[in-house]
Design a protein around this ligand. Structure first.
Ligand code: G6P
Length: 369
């Protein structure tokens, strides 16, 4: 096992560090840099079938579900089709309004999760076409879906998913560009901007990983916490969901994610002197709104850690500590903002002496209901 870990203490940190490569591998062969287009040869859906889609459902469990939350924002923005996201164990029993014109996207690292597989079968029974995003070639989900986009993260061993998540995001960006191209809902300029941003991501992910020493230092403080709150708006909220799950599942610190604007409807009552709040602030359209939410928790004495773009000159002055990520477009920021959250969860768990790769009560692949 030591050899498989390649010199790292745990599979989880090895897999976090493999993310630049996983992103690069998942993009490989799927971008036409000359024509500024996305090429997804594996998808059998033709232009006519794509034009018929009037509703998209995304369903998954755990971390893959959190990738689906990002998917809703990105697909609605780029493809202009309403998207619903559901946890597979809910979706399969709630009799969703699926028709032959629905596209159901299932996301699963392992391709073997029982609830996700059942959701896939139910959707097909109702006549929908199912597209799977999965990391395991030949898995049950891959075999049964009508279309498959593979993520090329390589084997993920740690129970807490990291590199699979970022590649699921990449698959979502690629799919959104592809559907947008065919439906004519994204302009050539937008496509060019997104493709350029995608190409820069592996190098930018490397840059985030270089801050490990600083993040490890921060995690020493985090390790002492018993509760933490993650807040953000729009795509930052979706990443906050993944950040809190990482922290909970391996460090056993209680954590919750909130849409920043929702705090005032209840949770703000829990924000008192010294309560840790992680604020994600990378979404341009709602930046000012997020900062005013930050001010609300600051006024109540929260201990604030911000995750923001390098070019953000202001946020650092308002908070206790800031983790900077390289500048990019808001749409792809989740790929970078999640990395410091993974690292913080990892180092806090190590500091607390948890069994990082095999957290209590959890399994890598949940093949029974
Ligand atoms: C388990 C794992 C999670 C994972 C979830 C869904 O709970 O511990 O890390 O996100 O299953 O797994 P899947 O293989 O379907 O993505």
């Amino acid at each position: 096992e030591a050899a498989e870990k390649g010199g790292y203490d745990h599979f989880m940190i090895k897999e976090i560090c493999e993310q630049p490569k996983a992103i690069r591998d998942t993009l490989k062969g799927r971008l036409d840099l000359e024509k500024k287009k996305v090429v997804l040869k594996e998808i059998g859906l033709d232009k006519e079938a794509i034009e018929r889609i009037d509703r998209i459902f995304i369903t998954a469990c755990g971390t893959a579900y959190h990738a689906g939350l990002v998917g809703k924002y990105v697909i609605e923005r780029m493809v202009q089709i309403p998207v619903e996201v559901d946890i597979a164990s809910e979706f399969r029993y709630r009799d969703p309004l699926i028709t032959e014109n629905s596209l159901v996207i299932v996301i699963s690292q392992s391709g073997e999760t029982a609830d996700t597989l059942a959701a896939l079968r139910m959707a097909q029974k109702k006549g929908a076409r199912v597209l799977a995003i999965t990391n395991v070639v030949g898995s049950s989900v891959a075999r049964e879906a009508d279309d498959v986009i593979y993520t090329w993260a390589g084997p993920e061993i740690a129970v807490a998913s990291t590199k699979a998540y970022v590649t699921q995001l990449i698959a979502i960006y690629l799919l959104s560009c592809y559907l947008g191209q065919l439906r004519g809902t994204v302009s050539g300029e937008q496509l060019e901007e997104i493709i350029e941003a995608l190409v820069r991501l592996p190098g930018q992910a490397e840059a985030v990983l270089k801050q490990q020493t600083q993040i490890r230092e921060m995690a020493r403080r985090w390790a002492k916490w018993e509760d933490a709150f993650f807040i953000g708006r729009s795509l930052d909220y979706a990443v906050a969901m993944e950040g809190q799950l990482k922290l909970k599942e391996i460090s056993y610190i209680h954590a919750e994610a909130y849409a920043a604007g929702e705090l005032k409807h209840g949770t703000l009552a829990l924000i008192v002197e010294g309560v840790p709040v992680i604020v994600l602030a990378t979404q341009k359209e709602v930046y000012e709104k997020t900062i005013s939410n930050l001010q609300e928790v600051k006024a109540r004495g929260a201990y604030i850690t911000a995750v923001a773009f390098e070019s953000d000159q202001e946020i650092g002055k308002l908070v206790e500590e800031t983790i900077y990520i390289p500048d990019t477009i808001s749409l792809v920021a989740p790929v970078l903002t999640v990395i410091p959250l993974q690292l913080l969860a990892y180092y806090a768990a190590v500091e607390r002496g948890s069994d990082v790769d095999k957290p209590r009560n959890l399994a890598k692949s949940v093949t029974v209901e």
